[in-house]
Every structure is written in C-alpha cells, then in structure tokens.
Design a protein around this ligand. Structure first.
Ligand SMILES: NC(=O)c1ccc[n+]([C@@H]2O[C@H](COP(=O)([O-])OP(=O)(O)OC[C@H]3O[C@@H](n4cnc5c(N)ncnc54)[C@H](O)[C@@H]3O)[C@@H](O)[C@H]2O)c1
Length: 440
C-alpha cells in the first residue's frame, strides 16, 4: 500500500519504517529540514534500538523515503498517517495546532480518496476537528473529494518501539467507516499473523483509550511511589511489598516500580490533557489530579534525601549522576526527572558530572555548555572525586557495578538511588551509605 506519514519523530519514523519493513511503499514527511537531511544522508535523528538498521534496509530497498515536500506527501499515500507532536498548551490541554495544520495541508492538496489516520495522541473530539479543517480546505477550493477518518492511537514504548510496532499487543482502530476499516485491516494484517489484534471501535472511544492507558500506568507508578514514601516512615521495605502484591494476578508485576518520578513525552502531558478534557466537561478527575501532584513531588525526593544528608547548602560539592534519559534505551530528555535533580543541585550551589549511555548529546543540547554540568566518558569516570553518586535512570550498565571501585572513586562513599537498583545490604557491606526509595 502507499502510505504517507506526516511527522517523522519517534512515532512517525518508527511507524513508517515498520510499515515499509512489511512491504508497503512509505513516504515520511517532516517540516524540520534538519531531520529530513539527516535521514536522507543515512543518519538517524533519534536513538531507538534496532531502528537504524531497519531504516537503512528499507531505504536501500526503495520502500522508505523522506521528504519536506507537502504536496508530494499528500499525493503519495492513500493512507495518510498524522503523527505530529501534541505538546501541552499553557493550560495543560493538548496543543492541536500541528495536527490541524497537517489536516489542512491534506485538504489543500488532495486529489483523490484518502484515509486520514490520526496516530498522534489527541483529546476526544479531535477527529471531528480534523474532519472540519479538511472539509473547510476542500470547500475553499471548490473540491468534492471523499475521505475517511480513523483514530489509530499508538501504544509503542520508546526504547522498545520497533519491537512494539512489529509485535503489538493490540491495534486500536476507531472509525465508523467500513471502507476505512477494511483498509486498516489489510495494512495491519502482517503484524498480527498468529491471532487477531485489531480492536475496532468508534472514534471517540479510540481517542479516549490512549489516554486511559497512559493514565492507568501513571496511576500505578504514583501509587507505588506514595506507598514507598510511607514504607520509609513505617520501617517497611517496598521491595517486599511489591513482590507481595505483584504476585496477585489481578495486580501483576508490571509498572509497580517505585522511583524518583515518571517523565517522558507522554505520561506527564497525557495525564494533564485528560484532566483538562474532564475540566472542560465540568468533571473532576480526582484520582488523576492526585497522580500528577504525587509525581511532581516525587521528582524532588532525591533532592530531599540529599538535603537531609548534606544540609541544604551544597556549595563546592560535586555530584556524579548516572542516567539522564527519562528511562533506559532512549535519548529522550522530555520531562526527565534528571533535569529536576540537576537544576536542584545547581540551585543549592553544587555541580554535576553525568554519564548516560546515549542521552548526553541531547542533554548538552538542552543545557548548552553550562560549566556546572560536565559529561563523563564512563560511569566510573563520573565518580572521580565526586561527593556522592546519584542514580536517576535504570540503564542495564548500572545494575551490577563494582562497589569497591565506586567507593574508591568517590570522595564520600554515598549512593542516592532513585531506581532501587541494588540490595541495600550488599551496598552497605561494601562500606557505602545507601539511600533508595522506600527501602529499609
Ligand atoms: N514518543 C512516544 O513514545 C509516543 C508513544 C505513543 C504516542 N505518542 C504520541 O505521538 C505523537 C508524536 O509524538 P513523537 O514523540 O513522535 O513527537 P516528536 O516531537 O518526536 O515528532 C513530531 C514531528 O512532527 C513534525 N511536525 C510537526 N508539524 C508537522 C507538520 N504539519 N507536517 C509535518 N511534520 C510536522 C515535527 O517536526 C516533529 O519532527 C504525540 O501525539 C505523542 O503523544 C508518542
């Protein structure tokens, strides 16, 4: 099938590449010339395991191309995926300007039947806005051309995006249009060969499903974070509690890890956008309001532990930071808890030496060459002469370190672990002080 993908970011690039991988003819559009130049020169603008090889393979086979030419992109695909960003507006609602602009561009240039598939995470009712914008553009040029609207929210996880797209748990299709349903069924057939994963529903339910999924996951995290904080006060160990409840099949083990808060490009903004949607309808999402408040506070938990240990004035101190990305296997720094920690340490007069396997470049882009933040070549190099180690992202490379070496590199043998990577007694036996989240 001929597919155009509008927006070549994390979602657009992965979706377009995976659709090409199964034989479709895919053209990815982005208005960011730099991004498209990198891709055309054989590079890749984001870090995502397995993606680079797949992009190269499909470009070489002629099934995957990149463009900044809107007309070319509209003409190419019968299926037009909208995968542009939906960042939070000032009031927390999803900013739909990019989605609407993409729709208008299709309306301005389309010459034949198109299926408009919204893959961006958008509030309930957005498909109606997209349809209206498109109809307005068509009317503006006196054109009467048929099109179908589909909501197809994306559930891929950064860091495992290729795997998630190639082997999805489910594919949600929201539409009331039989022709579009059939096309989507054919498009996704190669991704669900052993059993049907397509869940077809009305558009509004599909739009809400994406927010419901992220809101539920964020709720589990905030719930565990609050229990971890309580466990510390009670002298209980949250790791035992996690095992104790995760073994209940009604609860399960997933997303029960306490830590220093969730971040990323999705949970924070999607929780806010859903709250905003509810408010607009005069409804108060009490649970979700608490989820957000709890998470905002949790991002400061490590700083509070540091304050307690060192006192609030950290002038002249330097901290080693392991992990910058909001989670492992990505270079995404959007809403990353590490940013709260870095900026909090700066406010207290300290400096930071950080190591992250892939996000150091992105961090330097954000903070420029601020002399209060240095990047190290290796985890151990970050420790050299530092007053303490702070762990913010649970990269595998941090999981089994040489504690004796950590102790010998640090000026003071202290670890603040925002991801509960180690057994407290093991770390303490190595002569290090260890502060984790909700652990005894
Ligand atoms: N990142 C994730 O893990 C993830 C997962 C599921 C869903 N989503 C949702 O998918 C959407 C995209 O997220 P992302 O992380 O890929 O965003 P992103 O910021 O990485 O990419 C968006 C891209 O769209 C481009 N763009 C904006 N307006 C455009 C236009 N009119 N025409 C062409 N290109 C345009 C931007 O230049 C950018 O490259 C969001 O709604 C997000 O909530 C993201």
């Amino acid at each position: 099938m001929k597919v155009s993908v509008i927006g070549t970011g994390y979602v657009g690039l992965v979706s377009g590449t995976c659709l090409a991988e199964v034989g479709n003819d895919v053209l990815c559009l982005d208005l960011d010339h730099k991004k498209i130049d990198i891709l055309r020169q054989g590079g890749i603008p984001i870090y995502e395991p397995g993606l680079e090889d797949m992009v190269k393979r499909n470009v070489a086979a002629g099934r995957l191309r990149f463009t900044t030419d809107i007309e070319e992109s509209v003409a190419h695909g019968t299926i037009q995926f909208i995968a542009v960003g939906t960042p939070p507006d000032e009031d927390g609602s999803a900013d739909l300007q990019y989605v609407v602009a993409a729709a208008r561009n299709i309306g301005k240039h389309m010459q034949d039947y198109k299926v408009i598939v919204d893959k961006s995470t958008v509030p309930v009712g957005t498909a109606d806005r997209v349809r209206a914008a498109l109809l307005e553009e068509l009317a503006g040029r006196g054109a009467k051309i048929d099109f179908s609207m589909v909501s197809n929210p994306e559930f891929l996880k950064e860091g495992a995006a290729v795997e998630d797209f190639m082997r999805p748990d489910r594919i949600v299709i929201g539409t009331d249009d039989e022709r579009a349903t059939q096309l989507m069924r054919s498009l996704y057939a190669p991704f669900q060969r052993n059993h049907e994963r397509l869940i077809v529903m009305d558009i509004k339910s599909a739009e809400l499903t994406k927010y419901a999924a992220n809101a539920m996951l964020a709720t589990r995290i905030s719930f565990m974070n609050e229990l971890a904080n309580l466990a510390e006060l009670l002298g209980a160990d949250i790791e035992h509690v996690r095992h104790g409840i995760g073994s209940d099949p009604r609860i399960g083990y997933q997303f029960l890890y306490p830590g220093c808060g969730y971040g990323g490009s999705c949970f924070p903004k999607d929780v806010q956008a859903l709250q905003r949607t509810a408010t607009e309808h005069g409804f108060d999402l009490k649970v979700l309001n608490a989820v957000e408040t709890a998470n905002d506070a949790q991002k400061f938990v490590l700083l509070q532990k540091i304050d307690k240990h060192f006192g609030p004035d950290l002038s002249g101190k330097r901290f080693a930071l392991w992990g910058l990305a909001f989670k492992p296997n990505t270079d995404d720094m959007r809403e990353a808890p590490s940013r709260v920690v870095i900026e909090g340490l700066w406010q207290r007069g300290a400096t930071v030496t950080a190591y992250d396997p892939v996000a150091m470049h992105e961090t330097s882009r954000i903070y420029g060459d601020d002399p209060r933040l240095k990047m190290a070549d290796s985890p151990m190099a970050a420790l050299e002469g530092a007053d303490a180690l702070i762990i913010v992202t649970e990269w595998k490379v941090f999981r089994s370190p040489d504690f004796a070496a950590i102790k010998s590199h640090l000026k003071q043998p202290v670890i603040f672990d925002g991801r509960n990577l180690y057994e407290p007694e093991v770390v303490r036996a190595a002569g290090l002080e260890y502060f984790a989240i909700g652990r005894k």
